[in-house]
Design a protein around this ligand. Sequence first.
Ligand code: MMA
Ligand code: CA
Length: 309
Amino acid sequence: MSDRENSSSFVATFDKLICADDSGTDENPLYSSQDKQQVSMSMPRHESSRIPYRLLTVILAVMAVILLAINIGLGVYYNQLTGGQQTIKDIHSEVAKLQAAYSAAIQERIDAKKQLDRELGEQQRLKWDLEHQTKRSKDYEKQIHKIQDEVSELKSLIPLFSMGCRHCNTGWIFLHLRCYYFPFHELPRRWNEARQFCQKLGGDLAVIDTPEKTVSITNLIKSHHDAERSIYQGAYWFGLSDVEEENVWKWPDGRRLTESYWNDGEPNDDNDEDCGATYPRKNPLKAWNDAPCNMYMKWICEMEPHDII
Ligand code: MMA
Ligand code: CA
């Protein structure tokens, strides 16, 4: 069926409808049979009916398209709107989560600060305790050294008891199991004369052959030395010389010197110096000097302790 046939059958149908409508009633004056005749007469029948329908179809189609577009637009907008609302909801919930996390972090920070303060306090207490314990330990160390000194001094007496009751002559001093004499009130003598003095008393010039002996003897001569005077005025002969052979230092019994307590730079044989002298020096391990044997100075004698007669 062609377009033309189609539209003419549609017009015929439409005519029928209008005729059926008009023939049913005469109440509507607009559609009187006279008017119809006038319309039919003013334009050819098939032209006048076809154009408005086509137009109407186009308008309807356009409107349908517009409506569809509006519908789609509204749908999209609605989607965006609901999507946006969802996003806002999500943001709200994210913000709430972040706030909760922030509050938790703040609380954690407060707790951590408290913990840190507690630990700092504890650390401070430990530091004080450590200082206190260090001081106590130093005190104990000092006490231990003191006790050790006392013990070694008492130990040094043990052989004396095992030897029986031996003693030193009046005016002599018992030191390290030997008797020593310091003639503080005698006039100074040369080395040889000093030695003779000691020998007459049954002894000889002192042998200072251990660190303990040089410490005890130096302490003793220091305690008798006037600090105002030069240490050379506090010099004492002892039993060491290299008279027989230069730089071969020997004790009175002929034994060679092994361990020595020379001052720095000594012995220097400065002026034909073959005799040993000891001085009230600060360091008892550096107390000796070689001096000319004809110099006049005090001296130290030594002899063995003996049984009580
Ligand atoms: C200096 C020094 C010593 C030397 C004496 C002699 C004061 O010390 O050279 O080595 O034995 O002089 O008096
Ligand atoms: Ca010297």
